[in-house]
Design a protein around this ligand. Structure first.
Ligand SMILES: Nc1ncnc2c1ncn2[C@@H]1O[C@H](COP(=O)(O)OP(=O)(O)OP(=O)(O)O)[C@@H](O)[C@H]1O
Ligand SMILES: [Mg+2]
Length: 313
C-alpha cells in the first residue's frame, strides 16, 4: 500500500529526513513513533503530497506521488497535528464544505455527513459551532473530514494528542473500527506503549531514519535480547562461571551471592540450550528467566543512542 524509498528532506542545512525507508501492506495499522523533531510530521506531509522531498521515492498503492498528485489525493486522508479556527461555522457546514471540495453535494452529501458523524460519535453535535467543540470532539470531527472521499490510506498526525484518557480510548476504538473496515492507517505519537495496544506494526524514527520496525511481538523480542538473563543457582556454583564463559552467546556476567545476571544475546532456543547444559552438568537452578522490560524502556534506550544504530527486525 505504501512504499517509501530513501527519503531525504533538508530545511536549509538541517537534515530532517535522512534516507528514510518504510513499507506498509494493505490493512496495516502502523504506529509511527519518535521523539520531538524526529521527522514524523515531515514524512507524513510528504506522503500526503503537501511537501516535496529532496530525494527518494514514495509509492501509494503503486502511484508515484511525484507524478500523479490528483490520484494520490483520492487515496489519502490526512489529519494534521493542529486544528484551525472556524469562526461561525457549524459542524454540518464544516463537513459540507469539505464534501463540496470532492464534488459531493445535496442529498448524497447530507447522508454521507450524517454517517460519518455517527462513526466518530458526533451526531448529536451536528448543529453546534465548530469553535465551541471540545478538543477531543474537534479531533474526531477532523477525522470525519478526512474520511469524506473514502480514502484507502489514512495518515493521522498525533490524533490522540492532548486528549484525556476517555477521549483517547474513544479515538482508539474509532481507529480500530476503521482498520477492521479495511483502511490502512498510519498514526504518529511520542507514546510507544499506547500505540502498541492497537497497532499491528510499529516503526521507530530517530533523526530522520527508521531505526526499528516490526510487529509488537518482534519488537518485544528484540528488546528482550538486550535485557539480562537472571539465574539463581542453588548448587554447583564452582562450575557455573566456566560453563557460562564457554557459551558463545554470553557477553558478560555479574554475580551477587547465588544470583547471576547475564548479558545473553541468544534467542529462546539458545536460552533453552544454556539451561539444558547447566542442568546436564549437575548445576541446580531454582530460577531462570529474562528480566522483563517495557516498550517505554526500549524506546528510551533506542532514542538515547547518539547515532541511532540500525537494528533490523
Ligand atoms: N518548515 C520548517 N523549517 C525548518 N525546520 C523545520 C521545518 N519543519 C520541520 N523542521 C525541523 O525538522 C525536524 C523534523 O520535524 P518534524 O515536525 O517532522 O518532527 P516530528 O517528528 O513531527 O516532531 P514532533 O513530535 O515534535 O511533532 C525538526 O527538527 C524541525 O525543527
Ligand atoms: Mg510532528
Amino acid at each position: 500500500m505504501l512504499e517509501i524509498q530513501g527519503l531525504y528532506k533538508h530545511y536549509g542545512k538541517f537534515t530532517a529526513l535522512n534516507g528514510l525507508n518504510l513499507e506498509l501492506k494493505k490493512g496495516e495499522l502502523f504506529g509511527f513513533v519518535g521523539p520531538n523533531g524526529a521527522g514524523k510530521t515531515t514524512t507524513m506531509k510528504i506522503v500526503s503530497g503537501l511537501l516535496n522531498a529532496d530525494a527518494g521515492d514514495v509509492f501509494v498503492d503503486g502511484i508515484n506521488i511525484r507524478k500523479d498528485k490528483k490520484k494520490l489525493k483520492e487515496k489519502i486522508g490526512y489529519m494534521p497535528d493542529f486544528f484551525g479556527v472556524y469562526d461561525n461555522l457549524k459542524v454540518v457546514e464544516y463537513m459540507e464544505f469539505y464534501a463540496s471540495i470532492y464534488g459531493i453535494e445535496g442529498k448524497p452529501a447530507k447522508k454521507l455527513i450524517y454517517e460519518l458523524l455517527e462513526l466518530v460519535n458526533l451526531s448529536e453535535c451536528a448543529g453546534n459551532y465548530v469553535d465551541g467543540l471540545s478538543r477531543g470532539m474537534k479531533q474526531r470531527l477532523c477525522l470525519a473530514r478526512c474520511l469524506i472521499h473514502d480514502p484507502e490510506l489514512l495518515i493521522l498526525d498525533e490524533p490522540a494528542s492532548g486528549l484525556d484518557p476517555r477521549a483517547r480510548f474513544e479515538m482508539k476504538e474509532i481507529l480500530r473500527n476503521l482498520n477492521h473496515k479495511g483502511k490502512t492507517i498510519i498514526i504518529s505519537s511520542h507514546i510507544l506503549p499506547e500505540l502498541s495496544q492497537m497497532c499491528s506494526t510499529i516503526g521507530i524514527i530517530q533523526k530522520g531514519t527508521m531505526v526499528l520496525k516490526g510487529t509488537v511481538e518482534e519488537i518485544m523480542q528484540q528488546m528482550n535480547v538486550s535485557n539480562p538473563l537472571l539465574i539463581q543457582v542453588v548448587e554447583g556454583q564452582d562450575k557455573v562461571i566456566s560453563l557460562l564463559k564457554r557459551n558463545p552467546f554470553v557477553e558478560n556476567i555479574a554475580i551477587k551471592g547465588s544470583n547471576y545476571s547475564i548479558g545473553f544475546k541468544g534467542n529462546k532456543v539458545e536460552e533453552a540450550n544454556l539451561l539444558h547444559s547447566l542442568i546436564e552438568n549437575d548445576i541446580r537452578i531454582s530460577s531462570f528467566f529474562r528480566q522483563e522490560g517495557t516498550l517505554e524502556s526500549l524506546f528510551i534506550q533506542i532514542t538515547k543512542e547518539e547515532e541511532g544504530e540500525k537494528i533490523e527486525v
